[in-house]
Structures are given as C-alpha cells and as structure tokens.
Design a protein around this ligand. Structure first.
Ligand code: BG6
Length: 481
C-alpha cells in the first residue's frame, strides 16, 4: 500500500476544443476556405451532411463560453487556431482580423487566470494549399506551415506558454490517406501516407526550433492519439503482433517527437513493401534537434485495443465507421500479415463502439514515462454520448461523470507511480461538432442547444450535472477522487 500524494498543486485542470468544431463564422472577417469546409460538402461524408459553418458559434459567443470556464474553475483552456483565419490562402497575406480574434480569446482567458494552451494545427488546412500543390503531399507544405506557426509564435508568444504543434497526426493522416474518411479522402495510398507523415514531422520539427529560438522557456509538444494495445493472449505470435502494432501505430509517431527518429522495425517493414520515405539531407539532424527541445508528450486518450496476429489473407483497414451511435456496427480491422484488432470482451463500449478502459490512461502514462521519460499533458480525454435536455433545461449525465471519474482515479495512480503529468484536458468543455458524427455525439460539460439542422439552432448554453462535478474536482484539486 502506498500513500497517494494526489495531484500536484500546479496541476492544470482543463478542457480542449478545435477551431473547426466550435467557431462557426466560416466566412467571416476574411477567413479563407479550409479543406474541411469543402470536404463536408461531398455527399455522404458526414452524419446528416453536417457542416461546421455555424458549429456552436463560439466565434460570437467566446466570452460567454470562457466565463463558464472560469465558473467551472478551469486552469487551462486548450484550443486550436484556424490557419485560414490567420493566412486565408495558406501562404499569402496575414489577416489582421484573424489575429485580433485569437488575441481576444487569449486575453479573455488571461483575465480569468486561465492558461491558454494553443494547438497550431487541428486538421483544418487551407484549401488553397490543397489546390495549389496537394497540401501535405508536397514538401512545400513544410515551409508554409512553419511560416504560419512562426506568425503565431511571434504574435502570441508573449502570452502563450503552452504550444501543441500538431493534433493527432496519426489520425488525420490515417483517415486522410488510408481509410479516406477525412480530407483529402484517399483510400490505401500507403506510399503517400508515409510521405505525408514525414512532411508533417518536418513541419513539427522546424516549428519547434523556431519557437525555441524566440521563446526558449515556452513549453511545446505534439498531441498524439495514443491507443495502447493488449496482446490478445500469451501466445508468442500475438505478443509479436502487439510489438508490430506498437512500432507501426504508436512509436512510429511518438519516437519521432521524443527521439527524432523512426522505429527501426517500422522502416524495415516499409522498405520490404517498397516504401522509401523521401528525405532531405538535413532532415534527420533537424528531427533530433527538435526532439531534444520538446517539453512534454501530449496524449489524447480515448480507448485501448486488443491485438491479435492477422494472417496474410486476414482483414485490412476498414473504410466504414460507426457514425450513427448504433452499438456493434464497427468492423474489425488490421494489417494483413501483422495484426488485427478484435473486440475486447472484457471491456464495455460506448454507443460508437469505443472501448471504455480507464486503466488505459495509466498505461499511456507509464509507457511514455519508461520509454521517453518526458512530462505528459493529457490533451484530450472524454466520453461521446447522447445527452437529453430535460424540462427546466437540466441535463443529467451520470455516465460522463462515471467515465471521467474512473479515468482521473487511474491518472492519479499514474502520478503516484512517478509519472510527471502536468495537465488534464477533457474533451470538451461545451458540446461541439464531432467531425463525422454531427451534434448527436456530445462530449461537453455545457450542453449546446442545437441539432444537425442549422435552421433550428438556438445555441443556448446549459450546464450539465458533470459541470458541477468537474467544478468540485478542480476546487478540491482531485482530493475526493
Ligand atoms: C480526437 C480529436 O480524435 O477525438 C477531436 O482530436 C475529436 O477533434 C475527438 O472530436 C472525438 O472524436 P469524435 O469522432 O468522437 O468526435
């Protein structure tokens, strides 16, 4: 038995969002068109063809939202900046109105003592760059991304001390170039998938160097969507499948951020499949320099996966996803010859078939601590659920409280295990647009009164039961957990 020290006094209790999912105001004040503005207009891509044109109108209601964050007691607010507000066509003129909007958000946070934590890129790429040269597919993106990131560092760096370069590079590249569910909607373009990842890695690396040149004390990292794997059983072939899964699906990104290199087994696997990542002479050196400068590993934790050997004629990537909230519709998927992810019979699942596994958050922290010995920022964790607005505008969400409480208990254990965890951001604070699932899949502490249909949107904000629960967690610094 060991006595718990609890959460450190400096612990940053927070919540997270992304520009496209909350702001709306899709073409106001000079904002350019993003890849998502365009992609959602392709029939069949999103649930009920929902767009982020209005989203939850945070663009006009950010003061109300941040006042609610202050009421909940948030110590940090993680949000992303829309590249298309700052540089509408991706690499042309800077839009002063875009800078002014985020100045106002940052200043509003600071007014309440909330530490702004800024994500440079949360998936919304200027469509103009996609049209000009194929966006992430072209090495030119590195220069344009770094110019955009540097514009942010120079303008906001005096007030922003926590920066996240990329949100879930593993997700936007997998869904963009393998399953086709995100823009640019390519299916199983493996070669390009790895090349795009290399460009994103270089964009990350060069921007870390640019930030640290200007603000050596700023804290920077990338947010990785970490899905820890469990070997299906103790058959050696399944344990090896889990090692393959880690090298190709987890360490392939985290090793780059933390060590500045790709896992050797992953590179050998790619080469044996005729995939050679095109690099420039300096790339490996720059990746290492950036890795030496990052301050934390950002972790978006939602679920774990069971991993089993997958024969050569076994299942491949699934291009279908449960966007309806009808349990049991997700398909098994994997990489033939390596691994597959059968459903874990020991775990409950959400309505969208995501496993519910609080212990997984402790696993993430333990693994990162032993492999990289880096501080950790939990940049996302939360439960997507159907919520019901009842009479008198109350929302009872005991399932969300139970989910978050169980995860926080495990996070506390991770801290007691010796993991250096700096922050915990729930996904999300207000309800917001779920990229593919419309507004029915809700994550917030604050209910936003809107459905998929924009014309009926009232957009009023109502506090859910979980709002008061989180408020107490923060007030007591997690002591009652
Ligand atoms: C993360 C993303 O993958 O998960 C968020 O960073 C996203 O942007 C969140 O909304 C939840 O995903 P979903 O598909 O349930 O909305």
């Amino acid at each position: 038995f060991k006595e718990s020290n609890g959460f450190p006094e400096t612990f940053l209790w927070g919540s997270a969002s992304a520009a496209y999912q909350i702001e709306g105001a899709a073409s106001e004040d000079g904002k350019g068109v993003s890849n998502w503005d365009q992609f959602v207009r392709i029939p069949g891509k999103t649930f009920k063809a929902t767009t982020g044109d209005l989203a939850v109108d945070h663009y006009h209601r950010f003061k109300e939202d941040i006042a609610l964050m202050a009421e909940a007691g948030l110590k940090t607010y993680r949000f992303s900046i829309a590249w298309t507000r700052i540089i509408p066509d991706g690499n042309g003129e800077v839009n002063e109105k875009g800078l002014a909007f985020y100045d106002a958000i940052i200043d509003e946070c600071i007014k309440y003592g909330i530490e702004p934590m800024v994500t440079v890129y949360h998936w919304d790429m200027p469509q103009a760059l996609q049209d000009q040269y194929g966006g992430w597919e072209n090495r030119q993106i590195v220069k344009d991304y770094v110019r955009y990131a540097t514009t942010l560092f120079e303008h906001f760096g005096d007030r922003v001390h926590y920066w996240i370069t990329m949100n879930e590079q593993n997700v936007f590249t997998s869904l963009g170039w393998l399953t086709g569910m995100h823009p640019p909607g390519k299916v199983m373009d493996q070669k390009m998938f790895y090349q795009v990842n290399h460009h994103a890695n270089m964009a990350h690396a060069y921007s870390v160097l640019e930030l640290k040149k200007r603000y050596p004390d700023a804290h920077v990292g990338a947010s990785f969507a970490y899905t820890p794997g469990y070997a299906w059983d103790c058959k050696p072939i399944n344990a090896m499948a889990k090692a393959d899964y880690d090298d190709l699906q987890n360490y392939f990104w985290m090793d780059v951020y933390a060590y500045g290199r790709y896992p050797k087994a992953a590179i050998r696997y790619l080469e044996s499949n005729g995939i050679h990542i095109q690099m420039e002479a300096e790339d490996q050196k720059i990746m290492k320099q950036a890795a030496a400068l990052i301050d934390f590993m950002g972790v978006n934790y939602y679920q774990t996966a069971a991993i089993e050997y997958n024969p050569i004629d076994g299942v491949g990537m699934s291009t279908e996803v449960n966007t309806t909230g009808k349990k049991g519709t997700a398909k098994e998927e994997g990489i033939p010859g390596l691994y597959k992810k059968p459903s874990n019979p020991y775990l409950e699942k959400t309505d969208w078939d995501w496993t519910i596994d609080p212990m997984g958050i402790r696993m993430c922290c333990r693994d990162i601590t032993s492999r990289y010995d880096l501080p950790i920022v939990i940049s996302e964790n939360g439960l997507g659920a159907f919520d019901k607005l009842e009479e008198d505008n109350v929302i009872h969400d005991p399932y969300r409280i139970a989910f978050l409480e169980a995860h926080l208990k495990e996070l506390k254990k991770a801290i007691d295990d010796g993991c250096d965890v700096w922050a915990y951001c729930t996904w999300s604070f207000t309800d917001l647009l779920s990229w593919l699932n419309g507004y029915q899949k809700r994550y917030g502490f604050v209910y936003v009164d809107r459905e998929e249909d924009d014309t009926t949107a009232k957009l009023n904000r109502y506090k859910k039961d979980s709002f008061y629960w989180y408020q107490n967690v923060i007030k007591t610094n997690g002591k009652d957990l």
